[in-house]
Design a binder for this molecule. Structure first.
Ligand SMILES: [Zn+2]
Length: 266
């Protein structure tokens, strides 16, 4: 009896493993319990879904696009002639609008001569965002950089008076040169100096769970490198379309960007 009490006490003192939080809104995350009889290869809108243990139970983690319509949706699996469906309901979420002034107007209105580069980079980014491997995945994430988090994921953005795509990640305020830790193990699937994102790195953590870090002053990993959890991947900077030094972190799941805050402690 005393031993049980001691174990309970120790369990309370240890830092709780950060389990991803469900958020059934556009830009959020669905966590769907699977039974022992369910198949383990579900898809959402044709993309394979991450399957792992959450709170000790097999679960499907589904990234919900910002463009997803509120209402009923489902993941689906086919096994032999049988079709399995799991339904979930998405509520509406109104994201606010953010007005940003960028000193270098070329970052808002690129020259015609910039377009070839921008389109080539867009294709590389799209490919990286949709990367999927069967690798094992550790969903207990570390914070990549300590600092004030913007909470601005999903905000509609107007740069120098012109509407642009919504903010696809989290901004963390930190000084230039602050080391950036990989939140989990993974593999470097893309990197380089990009027009809007500046120096960027994509890491696939397994099963289509992807971190993208942007605006780095320095990249400290190479393409194809296997990354350990907590490994330094680069340094905070102010490259690309920014108003000052910060880390931009996007988190992708089944090909869509979701709010990275859902994978961190509150
Ligand atoms: Zn950002």
């Amino acid at each position: 009896m005393r031993l049980t009490l001691l174990i309970l006490l120790l369990a309370c003192l240890l830092p709780a493993a950060a389990e991803p939080r469900q958020s059934l809104v556009p830009g959020g995350l669905a966590v769907i319990r699977l039974s022992q009889d369910d198949p383990r290869d579900f898809n959402f809108r044709g993309k394979p879904v991450l399957i792992t243990e959450v709170d000790g139970a097999p679960s499907a983690l589904v990234g919900l696009p910002l463009s997803l319509k509120p209402g009923e949706h489902f993941i689906e699996a086919r096994n032999g002639g049988q079709v399995y469906k799991k339904f979930f309901r998405i509520a509406d979420k109104q994201y606010t609008t953010q007005h940003i002034t960028i000193a270098n107007d070329r970052m808002v209105n690129p020259y015609a001569s910039d377009m070839e580069r921008i389109l080539a980079e867009k294709a590389r980014k799209q490919k990286a965002r949709n990367h999927y491997s069967k690798a094992a995945v550790d969903i207990d994430f570390l914070t990549p950089v300590e600092g004030a988090r913007s909470g601005s994921f999903g905000r509609r953005r107007v740069f120098n008076g012109q509407p642009r795509r919504p903010h696809s990640g989290m901004d963390i305020a930190a000084a230039s040169g602050t080391p950036i830790r990989s939140p989990s193990a993974g593999k470097v699937i893309e990197l380089g100096d990009f027009f809007f994102s500046g120096n960027l790195v994509y890491i696939e953590h397994g099963q289509g769970l992807i971190s993208m870090f942007a605006h780095l002053s320095e990249i400290d990993v190479s393409l194809g490198e296997q990354i350990e959890k907590g490994q330094i991947v680069g340094k905070v900077g102010a490259t690309g379309r920014v108003t000052g030094p910060h880390l931009h972190w996007s988190l992708g799941l089944n090909g869509t960007w979701i709010d990275p805050a859902l994978f961190l402690d509150e």
